[in-house]
Each structure stands twice: as structure tokens, then as C-alpha cells.
Design a protein around this ligand. Structure first.
Ligand SMILES: C[C@@H]1O[C@H](OP(=O)(O)OP(=O)(O)OC[C@H]2O[C@@H](n3cnc4c(=O)[nH]c(N)nc43)[C@H](O)[C@@H]2O)[C@@H](O)[C@H](O)[C@@H]1O
Length: 382
């Protein structure tokens, strides 16, 4: 009825449900996990800012579904955010809700989106030589997602919108139809942060705590294999060695196996000569990893990888294993990353939150050519 939603089993009622409004978003299908985490922050900050003005909108967390890089998931069903993140912590920053929580409140079990906005880029973002915030209605667009595998999500109207600039301008679109209850944005990666790198940005980033089981597993590994029980370890160096598409098509940014060994050895001898433990996070093929391992071993290093058991992989999924790799990298005495990988960026942010000196964090592997730009530094603002 119109007075709220009541759960007959638990005999509890949610009197706000019929007043609440919900925003959903989806991201360009080929984008990976770590860019998606940044897109989440843009929406979470938008909603958190709005909540301060008593705005009733909530953000629905889009499940993780069929990510291109997550190859071990043969049967792909939508994965809830709680598998990877601490939902209570996310909720402490922004009004967010999991999609399955919304379903459990809609009695008919069908979620109808009033308006599905498909965001598109402007053909020339620098029209008249200047990048300006703007939007206008477009045409000829389609939704290229799959509603995360749910076949009980429908929509009434699809609207094409060319959009560029700050995400809070999406409120202008939302305001055009005040009676909408469910609004969705496809290509949520197009709008930009309102304030990148500010205190609000970092408050949101800090709220993205990981699922407790993942943290526990990473800490157990650090204690058993890397001789570290502290927050800031001194006993190992960590590396994010991004391969796959990077190794194939970014030769000007990433080193060969031999080049990697040479650089790591030089780096460790210069910065922390007593350390012999090297932790490697990588999406590389087994053959590459074995070569890297044996070359590092031959010059005296102890090499460590987090290799999940079958049951761990089944439970944590590729996404959870990637997070465990990131957690272990975050706690190392020194971290060396891959240029322009968002996987590396998220580790750097984690280390800023843990309070590491930036000289231990913003280090990168260089291409064999030796031509090597320094990585950008994004320092924490408390
Ligand atoms: C160029 C762009 O690069 C973007 O990648 P980039 O920013 O590195 O980072 P991500 O967007 O996270 O995509 C890389 C994905 O590959 C896996 N992966 C990469 N490195 C590791 C690692 O060290 N350990 C584990 N366990 N998994 C790893 C993981 O599933 C991760 O989400 C891509 O998402 C885009 O599609 C595009 O290819």
C-alpha cells in the first residue's frame, strides 16, 4: 500500500520506501573493475552532496556482471557489492543500496525504470577551443548493457543525451521529470568528478573499505609468507606487473621480463637493500610469471604470488583475488606500479590512506627504452 513496504515474514515496515527515489547507472561494457570503482565515487559523491540538501534520492549499486577481464567466471551471475566491499562503510558516506535490497522491497519483483538516459560524448569536446560543461538531447542511441543479467528490469522511456563535464549537472536532467522514481544512466563513465582530489573525494575513497574476508585472507598471507603483521610492512617490496593488453600494445610504457628484473634489482638495491622478499601482483600468463620468478630468484630474491585455492577462487571470484593482490601491495615497504593502470592507481590511493611516504608509493616500471615519465602523484587531503 502507499504507506510503505511491509515484510510479512519479519513483520517490519519500511515507511520511507514509497517516498524514496533511486538512481542506477551502468558503465561502458569493456571497462575494468578499477575504473568502475572511480565511476562509483563520482555518483556516490553526487548523491552524498545532494543528501545534505535533504534530497531523497538513493544510489543503487550496479552488480558486477561479466567483466571482460574476469575470465575464471564461467557461469556468470550478478555479484553483489558486499562480496568485495563493506556495505555499511559505503553507507556511512553516501545513501547507497544494493540492487537485491530494492528487489526485496518491490512486491511484484519487477523493477521498471521510468527513464533510461543513454549518455554520449560530444563529437568535439573542445568546440570553440574550450572544454565546457554542457548537455543536449541526442538521437540514435541504444542501451548496450544487459541490466547485469536481470531479466526483470524494464524501462518506460529511453532518452539519448550528449553530455560533458561535472556529474552534478545530471540533476538538471533529473529535474525535468519530478515524478520519476527510478532513473538510470547508461555510460556513467562519461560525467566527470565535481571535485577530484578534495577532502570529499578522499572521504568517499576511505569509505570504500574492502570485505572483511578479503582483508583477513590478505593479512594471513602477509603474516605467513611475507613476515609482516603490521599495517606498514618493512619486510617486502610489492610490484603491480600489468601484462595482457599492456604487454601487447603498450611496449612504449611497459618493460620486457628481463627489463623488469633489472629495474626491480636496481630499485631495491638503491632504496631498501636488505629486503629479499618481492610480492608480485599480476594478470600475466603463467609462463611469463615463471620466467620472472626464476630470473629474480637467480639473483637472490624470494618471489611471492597470491595463488588462490580452487575453493578460494570460487568464493572470492576474480574480483576478490584482485583485491587481495591490491591489499598485499598496499602494505609493502615500497610499491612499484604499472604506468597508467587504474589497478595501480587504486593501490597508490590505498597507500596514501595508510599514510606511507609518497616516495615509497609513486614508483613505476619503465619501458626498456629508458624513456620514462614520472607517475602522477595524487596526495591525500584529510
Ligand atoms: C587500457 C585499459 O586498461 C584497463 O586496465 P587497468 O587500468 O590496468 O585495470 P582494470 O581496469 O582493473 O583492469 C584490469 C583487470 O585485470 C585483472 N588484473 C590486472 N592486474 C592484476 C593483478 O595484478 N592481479 C590480479 N589478480 N588481477 C589483475 C583484474 O581483473 C583487473 O580488474 C582495462 O580495464 C581497460 O579495459 C583497458 O584495457
Amino acid at each position: 500500500n502507499n504507506e510503505g513496504y511491509c515484510d510479512l515474514k519479519t513483520k517490519t515496515c519500511d515507511h520511507d520506501f514509497f517516498k524514496e527515489k533511486f538512481i542506477l547507472y551502468d558503465v561502458n561494457p569493456p571497462e575494468g573493475f578499477n575504473l568502475r570503482r572511480d565511476v562509483y565515487m563520482r555518483f556516490a559523491i553526487m548523491l552524498s552532496d545532494a543528501k545534505k540538501n535533504k534530497n531523497e534520492w538513493k544510489l543503487i549499486l550496479p552488480p558486477w556482471y561479466r567483466l571482460y577481464h574476469w575470465r575464471s567466471e564461467s557461469k556468470s551471475s550478478p555479484i553483489h557489492w558486499s562480496k568485495f566491499f563493506d556495505i555499511e562503510s559505503l553507507k556511512s558516506f553516501a545513501p547507497v543500496v544494493e540492487l537485491h535490497e530494492v528487489f526485496s522491497k518491490t512486491e511484484i519483483n519487477i523493477l521498471n525504470i521510468d527513464r533510461l538516459y543513454v549518455l554520449q560524448n560530444f563529437p568535439d569536446p573542445f568546440e570553440d577551443g574550450e572544454f565546457k560543461d554542457k548537455w543536449e538531447f541526442g538521437e540514435d542511441c541504444d542501451y548496450d548493457g544487459e541490466f547485469w543479467g536481470y531479466n526483470n528490469i524494464t524501462f518506460t522511456e529511453i532518452v539519448c543525451v550528449k553530455f560533458q563535464g561535472r556529474i552534478s549537472n545530471l540533476w538538471e536532467l533529473i529535474a525535468l521529470h519530478p515524478s520519476d522514481k527510478f532513473v538510470m544512466f547508461a555510460h556513467g563513465e562519461i560525467p566527470l568528478h565535481d571535485h577530484y582530489g578534495t577532502k570529499t573525494f578522499w572521504d568517499c575513497r576511505k569509505s570504500m573499505k574492502f570485505n572483511k574476508d578479503l582483508i583477513e585472507t590478505a593479512k594471513k598471507f602477509m603474516s605467513e609468507h611475507l613476515d609482516c603483521k603490521e599495517e606498514k610492512c618493512t619486510s617486502y617490496v610489492s610490484v603491480h606487473w600489468r601484462r595482457q593488453d599492456f604487454a601487447r600494445s603498450r611496449r612504449k610504457d611497459v618493460p620486457s621480463i628481463q627489463g623488469t628484473v633489472k629495474q626491480l634489482d636496481t630499485f631495491i638495491k638503491k632504496n631498501t637493500p636488505n629486503v629479499v622478499n618481492v610480492f608480485i601482483a599480476s594478470d600475466g600468463q603463467n609462463s611469463e610469471l615463471t620466467q620472472l620468478e626464476s630470473q629474480l630468484k637467480s639473483i637472490g630474491y624470494r618471489v611471492h604470488f597470491f595463488v588462490p585455492s580452487m575453493s578460494e577462487l570460487d568464493d572470492f571470484k576474480d574480483g576478490g583475488v584482485a583485491i587481495i593482490d591490491q591489499i598485499i601491495c598496499s602494505h609493502a615497504a615500497y610499491f612499484i606500479g604499472t604506468f597508467e593502470s587504474t589497478f595501480t592507481f587504486r593501490i597508490q590511493e590505498e597507500r596514501e590512506i595508510l599514510g606511507f611516504d609518497s616516495s615509497t608509493t609513486f614508483n613505476r616500471l619503465c619501458p626498456d627504452s629508458g624513456k620514462c615519465e614520472k607517475p602522477s602523484k595524487w596526495s591525500i587531503v584529510n
